[in-house]
Design a protein around this ligand. Structure first.
Ligand code: UDP
Length: 240
């Protein structure tokens, strides 16, 4: 039985990073196709209007609080999640563990060439890791069946889907029944960071819960996306 807090209609797991990692590991090691999503305030705001997305998030096997806004949201509701569980960190911790097994990983998403650089970097960072296949995230609808076949033929157990939200969540939901992997994770810009085409904020920003400020400074065109944060806080207060 999952222990979750409902934030604007989205159920978010109340787990520490370590606990979330154990759950993710359990899902990877069990049969059937599981899904993990890591919603931030922007995705939760999106799911407020988009019922299909909300249902997809609520049907996931694990939904972690990515983004400090979600942590604060749960505090406002007086039902706090213990800490932030960023999708990127959870993915890296899982990849490290997977590298000690024979389980393959498929990297799907980002611009052409990015997943291949991420593969090379991962092979250096986690010796023993088996990257079973890669595929960029720019495709036509008629190519989707072939992508599913490519993933299945790779025999990967873990599938990272990095198409940005809500595209990745919807892609996973649409193809889950045809996939033969054990675990799909919708983890946005993770491949860009693994490939070095995007940078994670310096540790001090992360520690002070200011990673979003760093991202905004680096990429001011994201300002529209960050406008979701104050709206999110207002909506959570209203919901309370
Ligand atoms: N992306 C993709 N296909 C698309 C749209 C986006 O593969 O049709 C990729 C994009 O290249 C980037 C990733 O999705 O690598 C996520 O981008 P973003 O930084 O917007 O992710 P988020 O902030 O949602 O984690």
């Amino acid at each position: 039985m999952r222990n979750t807090v409902e934030i604007l209609g989205v159920n978010v797991d109340k787990l520490t990073f370590k606990e979330a990692l154990e759950v993710a590991w359990g899902l990877l090691k069990s049969d059937g196709v599981s899904a993990i999503f890591t919603p931030n305030p922007e995705i939760i705001m999106c799911a407020k209007e988009d019922l299909q997305l909300r249902e997809i998030l609520n049907n996931a096997d694990l939904c972690t609080a990515d983004g400090i806004g979600v942590v604060y949201g749960s505090k406002i509701l007086k039902d706090p999640v213990p800490e932030r569980v960023a999708g990127f960190d959870l993915t890296c911790a899982l990849l490290e563990r997977v590298s000690k097994t024979d389980d393959g990983v498929f990297l799907f998403g980002a611009k052409p060439g990015v997943a291949e650089i991420a593969k090379a970097n991962l092979e250096e960072k986690y010796p023993g890791i088996k990257i079973a296949g890669t595929r960029d995230g720019y495709f036509k609808p008629e190519e989707e069946e072939e992508i599913v076949n490519q993933i299945n033929q790779s025999k990967a157990k873990l599938l990272l889907v990095c198409l940005g939200a809500p595209k990745q969540e919807k892609w996973i939901a649409a193809h889950k029944k045809d996939l033969k992997v054990n675990l799909c994770m919708g983890v946005g810009g993770t491949l860009d960071v693994l490939a070095g085409t995007a940078k994670r904020a310096p540790k001090i920003f992360i520690k002070l819960n200011l990673e979003w400020v760093y991202r905004l400074l680096k990429n001011p065109s994201r300002i529209g996306r960050f406008a979701a944060l104050p709206k999110f806080v207002i909506e959570v207060f209203k919901a309370k």
